[in-house]
Design a protein around this ligand. Structure first.
Ligand SMILES: Nc1ncnc2c1ncn2[C@@H]1O[C@H](COP(=O)(O)OP(=O)(O)O)[C@@H](O)[C@H]1O
Ligand SMILES: [Mg+2]
Length: 325
């Protein structure tokens, strides 16, 4: 990142207490509701702070100061180009998949991998926990990973297998992966609400939620639960977007699929989570099984790239495409 680009992420106020008008009492109220850094206060709404017992005028002042400090304000189009240039790409470790994604997984937004069981979603997530640690010139983000696992499928042994392929020391790689298992959807939400300090302190550049929908899907059963489920999921996903912007991190989520009820002839599946998922995942990749144990990754939605697909293999070395050696 050049020094000019860094400007947009330079925080004038380091700690909450540095914000004008924040004493120990307000700071502790903010921390209690999960706003532990200036970066995240900048993304808060007045309503959120008021509900934690902070006066409305103070809340507005705080948020404004935090935003100014982060230069989240109106920008001209040419400046937007500059701002977006602080967006980084994280290599997937697969040349062809990176190309499909226009250079890799973007920071500042959510990338979703969805597909049936066994299509390689968790494998890709684990590989990204390794590649994020690579230097910039090799497509990494020179940072750590935060992994929220809801299906108990993260395996440190797998990281140990993948790391040497990228010439990284497995023990060192494992030290830079912060892992948490989420037992319920509520636990998953709370983990993220309290994540900003962990992200800052550990220089986290990738947040993985594998899978983002499974708890919501299994807990909120029945038609009448659909609205509350979508509301909670929406809040959760917006928290993820905010974290990605506040810390310029990549966010990767996985999602299950369900059979499309109105498809009679072909087997058609669609991702869980409906419009809420669709509107918050900026980039969506559909994974399916192909012939000869291949996996096919298809770019389904991107803000600026054409659709396309590429074959992948899951091997002892991780996830590989045709051009990876
Ligand atoms: N060490 C390995 N070598 C080869 N294939 C593996 C290895 N570890 C896992 N796999 C394959 O990865 C697939 C599971 O991928 P996974 O990412 O867990 O699927 P999901 O999409 O359900 O998250 C299985 O087909 C399994 O055989
Ligand atoms: Mg999985």
């Amino acid at each position: 990142m050049s020094s000019e680009q860094m400007e947009y992420y330079k925080v004038k106020y380091q700690a909450l207490e540095d914000l004008p008008g924040v004493g120990p009492a307000t700071a502790s109220k903010l921390r209690e509701i999960g706003f532990k850094t200036v970066e995240v206060v900048a993304t808060a709404t007045t309503h959120e702070l008021v509900s934690a017992g902070i006066g409305e005028a103070t809340a507005e002042k705080l948020i404004t100061a935090a935003r100014k400090s982060m230069a989240i304000t109106f920008v001209r189009g040419d400046e937007l180009v500059k701002l977006r240039s602080s967006m980084r790409h994280l290599t997937t470790g697969c040349v062809s998949l990176d190309r499909l994604l226009g250079g890799g997984i973007e920071s500042q937004s959510i990338t979703e991998f969805y597909g049936e069981f066994g299509t390689g979603k968790s494998q890709i997530c684990q590989q990204l926990c390794v590649t994020v640690q690579l230097p910039y010139e090799r497509g990494g983000l020179e940072g750590g990973a935060l992994y929220i696992d809801t299906e108990n499928t993260f395996r440190p042994e797998r990281i140990e297998q993948i790391a040497p392929r990228f010439d990284l020391d497995p023990d060192e790689v494992l030290k830079k992966i912060i892992f948490a298992e989420a037992y319920t959807s509520n636990h998953q939400v709370v983990l993220l609400e309290n994540a900003d300090e962990v992200i800052k302190e550990n220089n986290i550049r990738l947040i993985v939620v594998d899978s983002v929908t499974s708890h919501f899907r299994s807990e909120y059963l029945g038609r009448e639960m659909l609205a509350p489920r979508q509301q909670e999921l929406n809040k959760h996903l917006h928290k993820l977007i905010r974290l990605s912007r506040a810390f310029n991190t990549s966010v990767v989520v996985t999602n299950q699929v369900m059979a499309q009820p109105d498809a009679f002839f072909a087997k058609v599946v669609r991702p869980v989570g409906g419009h809420v998922m669709g509107h918050t995942s900026h980039t969506r990749i559909f994974l399916r099984k192909g012939r000869n144990n291949l996996r096919i990754a298809k770019l389904v939605v991107s803000p600026f790239l054409p659709e396309g697909e590429t074959p992948l293999r899951i091997t002892g070395r991780g996830v590989e495409g045709d051009e990876d050696i």
